[in-house]
Design a protein around this ligand. Structure first.
Ligand SMILES: [Zn+2]
Length: 356
């Protein structure tokens, strides 16, 4: 002990010196905020070494107390400040690293998200709409759950008509609706009645949408299908206007070189009525399997609106005349692309659908 005193090497002062050296090394060596916190606990924590030294000062002899106490407190002040500065530096460095890791490189090629394609039925509806909008028509929509009045009666379909039978039409549960005349519309024609009720002529409108019939699915039938119906009402509309309009449509849809023909037919709400054919898109009229050897494909039904129908909506039949037409969207798609079975359109097989 005497040798310590002779060298002036006070054990308390020596301890402070050692702690300072260790603290400097720990601060410099701390690679992260977590390392630094560990160093802080070792020195200044409740059981830290500098804490212990400070607590021991009160037991020193009076002549040492002052000097050791002062040096230990200076060390403590320095250490606290150094910890704070070094902590700041490490936090900044960690934040930088984090930001660098999250940086978006805008020069990298984008991640490829495959686009879907429109369903062929939607695409055909839009194509039909475009052709008629080009001729000044507007697009109207109506409810798919419809009243008997709009679906049949106002379209001049008498109560005994076979298309009203339970075998052909989906009636909505009478016990749920409280009435027996609610059904899934069997065509989009009721939209025409609703539009006529709400509008006065001149009127040029098409109504695309879903229709429902009590059909067993097969190659050409589906219980749900799409129709586009059209209606023109104005002063002096003639069968010639009907013919010109539908010929223009048929050639825009199936090709400018198509021949178009009108065959007499019967519909309850038009008189006279016709079915419209285009020359076969596959064989060009020579006769093939698709056109069943006739050279013609039936694309739609049409006719001059029966004056009785105008009577239901209060149009002046002396002043106004008009024509109406209707087509099955799936049928148009099948004829245009030579699709042999309507069920392909509803099977959701992407290998099929992605072709269009
Ligand atoms: Zn053919």
């Amino acid at each position: 002990m005497t040798s310590d005193e002779t060298r002036g090497d006070d054990p308390g002062m020596r301890e402070i010196e050692l702690l300072r050296e260790e603290a400097e090394a720990a601060l410099a060596g701390a690679g992260s905020s977590a390392d630094l916190e560990e160093a802080r606990v070792n020195l200044l924590g409740r059981k830290g070494r500098l804490t212990a030294l400070l607590q021991g000062i009160k037991d020193l002899p009076p002549d040492k107390k002052r000097m050791v106490g002062m040096q230990a407190n200076l060390l403590k002040d320095w250490l606290e400040k150094a910890l704070e500065e070094r902590g700041e530096e490490l936090r900044r460095r960690e934040l930088d690293a984090e930001l660098r890791a999250e940086k978006v490189d805008v020069t990298l090629p984008g991640r490829h998200l495959p686009f879907g394609t429109r369903h062929l039925v939607s695409a055909i509806i839009e194509e039909i709409e475009d052709i008629f909008i080009g001729m000044g028509y507007r697009v109207a929509e109506g409810p798919e759950v419809e009243l008997d009045y709009y679906n049949f009666e106002a379209l001049n379909t008498p109560h005994w008509h076979p298309s009203k039978s339970l075998q052909d039409t989906f009636y909505v549960d009478a016990s749920a609706s409280g009435r027996e005349d609610v059904l899934l519309r069997t065509h989009t024609s009721p939209v025409q009645i609703r539009v006529m009720e709400a509008t006065t002529p001149p009127l040029y409108v098409i109504a695309p949408g879903k229709a429902y019939r009590h059909d067993v699915p097969d190659a050409t039938h589906s219980p749900m299908f799409h129709q586009v119906e059209g209606l023109a009402v104005d002063e002096g509309i003639t069968l010639g206007d009907l013919k010109g309009t539908l010929e223009h449509f048929a050639r825009r849809m199936f090709g400018e070189d198509r021949a178009v023909r009108f065959r007499p037919h019967f519909f309850p709400f038009t008189e006279p009525s016709a079915e419209v054919d285009v020359s076969c898109v596959i064989c060009g009229g020579e006769g093939c399997r698709v056109c069943k050897g006739t050279g013609w494909l039936e694309i739609l039904g049409a006719g001059m609106v029966d004056p009785n129908v105008f009577g239901y909506v209060g149009y002046d039949t002396e002043k106004f005349s008009g024509f109406a037409f209707g087509m099955g969207v799936e049928r148009i798609a099948m004829l245009k692309y030579g699709i042999p079975d309507i069920r392909y359109l509803f099977d959701n097989d992407l290998r099929f659908l992605a072709q269009f």
